[in-house]
Structures are given as structure tokens and as C-alpha cells.
Design a protein around this ligand. Structure first.
Ligand SMILES: Cc1ncc(COP(=O)(O)O)c(C=O)c1O
Length: 426
């Protein structure tokens, strides 16, 4: 067969972009060679509807082993009693949980999307907002942090069946214990979506949701540095509170209901090559090297946030506890939008994403903010001493946003810097 040179030329271009630039998108990372190898393996050929030991297809003996390994390692990593590693993405993990604990039309609460929440926590264009009835709790304008007393007031008003903790753009830790008190007061299920800070939580650098939340979802590709995918966990399985019975008339456990919601509820055949790559990522996340890495991610973010503050930027909540920061451009550059900055920085080989800030005066297509994270550059090997120069380069570009010569100069600096930090072993 003739080789597809057209497609592989595009992949080579992307590899060059990833290698020569500064990747500051908070939700991205670079996987190891072994994670890549597992994802590109023959496991992609296998159909395996069902779960290890209970499949609808023959020949699943090997993928049973690799999926079980992924489950066992995830349990060890998060101290979870039960795990489902099949969700194809974080949004699908959330969809499966909502399908398990809510009926269409039921009320739930999540962080307002304009305040850092995720589409799958109640956006009107996502199934969570189309099928169910979401209410958004918010952050305080003065502090940029969640006000749990106001969250409680809202819960007492709207009586949600489910409360979701977690966000896409929130740089502070979560008080899961307080949220459980609120959930218990109104009889709600408490779920945490730790898609972003999962790696920091796994290695004890942030509060652990598993002892407090009934159900925890995550992605595996952000701070966890695995393949693109999702996962659902429980610290402890429990009998479902909705009276659902098994065919034998016994009370169904929530784990069994969640399994059914993932498959066949929202998905078909599991991506066994990706599940194998998840197993590799969990193995790596349990190592001392990963511990050093994730500590460095957090240190880099703290130093970078401070460098932005020192340059006169408004960092929401004045800093960060995790791997990301949200910058409100309006203080230093009231006339410049997040979109303009994103587009201009891309020309300098610096990738960030425009982001709404709480109480934003602009639309999600323009925005007044930037979300910046350190997981990817830390994988490249960058340390605290590199954060100041990076902020300097970003500030240089924004301060003179129409100066094409400046952009070219900064791009050269970025490319020179990244030559010292090789990406993949091959
Ligand atoms: C908090 C949160 N949940 C869920 C998701 C969805 O993950 P995916 O893109 O894998 O569907 C994201 C993605 O950014 C996220 O930030």
C-alpha cells in the first residue's frame, strides 16, 4: 500500500511546534515514550465491550489483564475502593455520573461556567444543561475564591440532588469537607471533578476529595500526564440511595450503576489501547520521579504567578495553590482582550488560552483573561529560575502587541530556550 505522506507530514509539523514552543495551556502535558507506545499499540485492534472477566467478545484475555492493571494502579494511586477507567474523556465520565444520580429535569449545582466551571457542569449547550436543571454557585469578586456560606444558601434554596466541586480555571484548593456538610444538609450526592489537579491530589499536594465526596471524576491527560481520557472513582462504594434493585431484588451498589452508565449507557467499546496507556501513566505517577515533577509543577506555578503580580498584573485570588493561574488583563491592559493576547503569543511560539475571568465584561469569544499553567513546561524540565524570563517575554509581547519585530525577537528567544529541553527520547 502507498504510504500516507500527507498526514505524516502534518504530524511532523505538529511535533516541531510542540518541541520548539513554550506550552503554557494549563490542561495540556507531554506524555512519556511508554505512554505513547501503549497508545500506538495493537490493543487498538481489540473490541472488548463489557468489563474485565465479563465481555461480549472473545479473545479479551490480554486486554482483561491490562484493564485490570489500570484499575488496580488507579486504586493504589488515589486510595480508591472502586474505579472505572473506561470513560473516553472527562466530559463522558461526568455524563455517566449525572446519568446515574439524576433523572432528566433534576436540579444540581456546579461552579458557574463564567467563574471557572466546566461545560459538563451545566452549560446550556452540553447534555448536563440540556437534560438537567443546573444552578451555578460563584466566586467572590473581591477574593476570587468560592464562598461556601453562599454555596450553602443556594443549596438550601434550590435543593439540588447533586453538587459538583471542581473547575477548569480555579487556582485555589477546595474544601471538600465543608461541601460534604452542605450536601448532607440538603440530601445531595457530592461529586468532585478533579480533571485539572488530579496529579497534585494523587501525590498529597492538595486536599483529597475521596474521603468526602461520594463520587470523583477526572481526566487522565492533564497534571496526571497520561493519555487523553477520563476515569470515575469512589473512595468507598455504597448502596444506591434511590432504591434501584438488581434482577435478583437486591439493592444495587452505586459502582454497578456507574459501570452500566459508562457502558452501555454513554459509550460502546472501550479504547483498550488508551486504557493500557492509562495503566502506564498511573505506574509513572506512583514513582519518586513523578513526585519530584509534580512538586516542581506547583513551585513553578507559584513563582510564575508572583512574577506576574510583580509586573503589575491582576492574578485572580492573588496567586495559586495548584498548577495554574488566571490573569485578569483589565488592570494592566484595559483595552487588550484575551483573544488578542492568545493570537499574538502564538506568533511568538508561546501557547496560552484566552479565558473568561469572574465578572468579565467581555464575551467568551473575546475575554478579559488568560489561563496559564505549568504542567507541560515542567515536563520539559523548566524550573523556578525560568519562570521570571517567561513572564518577561509574555509581558514584552503584550506591552507592544502590534510590534511584529518584537514578536519575532521573542520567538527566537523561545526557540533558543527550548532547544535545551528535549521533548521525546526518539
Ligand atoms: C474540570 C473539567 N472537567 C472535565 C473536562 C473535560 O475533559 P475532556 O476534554 O476530556 O472531555 C475538563 C477539560 O478541560 C475539565 O477542565
Amino acid at each position: 500500500m502507498k504510504k500516507d505522506t500527507e498526514l505524516f507530514r502534518i504530524i511532523r509539523k505538529e511535533l516541531n511546534r510542540q518541541t520548539s514552543g513554550l506550552e503554557l495551556i494549563a490542561s495540556e502535558n507531554f506524555v512519556s515514550d511508554e505512554v505513547l507506545k501503549a497508545m500506538g499499540s495493537c490493543l487498538t485492534n481489540k473490541y472488548a465491550e463489557g468489563y474485565p472477566g465479563k465481555r461480549y467478545y472473545g479473545g479479551c484475555q490480554n486486554v482483561d489483564e491490562s484493564e485490570q492493571l489500570a484499575i488496580d494502579r488507579a486504586k493504589r494511586l488515589f486510595h480508591a475502593e472502586w474505579v472505572n477507567v473506561q470513560p473516553h474523556s472527562g466530559a463522558q465520565a461526568n455524563m455517566a455520573v449525572l446519568m446515574t444520580v439524576l433523572k432528566p429535569g433534576d436540579t444540581f449545582m456546579g461552579l458557574d461556567l463564567a467563574h471557572g466551571g466546566h461545560l459538563s457542569h451545566g452549560s446550556p449547550v452540553n447534555s448536563s444543561g440540556i437534560l438537567y436543571h443546573p444552578y451555578g454557585y460563584q466566586v467572590e469578586e473581591s477574593t476570587g475564591t468560592v464562598n461556601y456560606d453562599k454555596m450553602e444558601e443556594l443549596a438550601l434554596q434550590v435543593h439540588p440532588k447533586l453538587i459538583i466541586a471542581g473547575a477548569s480555571a480555579y487556582s485555589r484548593d477546595w474544601d471538600f469537607k465543608r461541601m460534604r456538610e452542605i450536601a448532607d444538609k440538603v440530601g445531595a450526592i457530592l461529586m468532585a471533578d478533579i480533571a485539572h489537579p488530579a496529579g497534585l491530589i494523587a501525590r498529597g499536594l492538595l486536599n483529597d476529595p475521596l474521603p468526602w465526596c461520594h463520587i470523583v471524576t477526572t481526566t487522565t491527560h492533564k497534571t496526571l500526564r497520561g493519555p487523553r481520557g477520563g476515569m470515575i472513582m469512589m473512595g468507598k462504594d455504597f448502596p444506591n440511595p434511590w432504591g434501584v434493585k438488581t434482577p435478583k431484588g437486591e439493592t444495587k451498589m452505586v459502582s454497578a450503576m456507574l459501570d452500566s452508565s459508562v457502558f452501555p449507557g454513554v459509550q460502546g467499546g472501550p479504547l483498550e489501547h488508551v486504557i493500557a496507556a492509562k495503566a502506564v501513566a498511573f505506574y509513572e505517577a506512583l514513582t519518586d520521579e513523578y513526585m519530584d515533577y509534580i512538586l516542581q509543577v506547583k513551585k513553578n506555578a507559584a513563582v510564575m504567578a508572583q512574577a506576574f503580580v510583580d509586573k503589575g498584573y491582576h492574578v485572580i485570588s492573588d496567586g495559586t495553590d495548584n498548577h495554574l493561574m488566571l490573569i485578569d488583563l483589565r488592570k494592566k491592559f484595559p483595552a487588550i482582550t484575551g483573544k488578542q493576547v492568545e493570537n499574538t503569543l502564538v506568533k511568538a511560539d508561546i501557547t496560552v488560552n484566552k479565558n473568561m475571568v469572574p465578572f468579565d465584561s467581555r464575551s467568551p469569544f473575546q475575554t478579559s483573561g488568560l489561563r496559564i499553567g505549568t504542567p507541560a513546561i515542567t515536563t520539559r524540565g523548566l524550573k523556578e529560575e525560568h519562570m521570571g524570563p517567561i513572564v518577561e517575554m509574555i509581558d514584552d509581547v503584550i506591552s507592544d502587541i502590534d510590534n511584529e519585530e518584537k514578536i519575532v525577537m521573542v520567538r527566537k528567544k523561545v526557540n533558543d530556550m527550548m532547544k535545551d529541553f528535549p521533548l521525546f527520547a526518539y
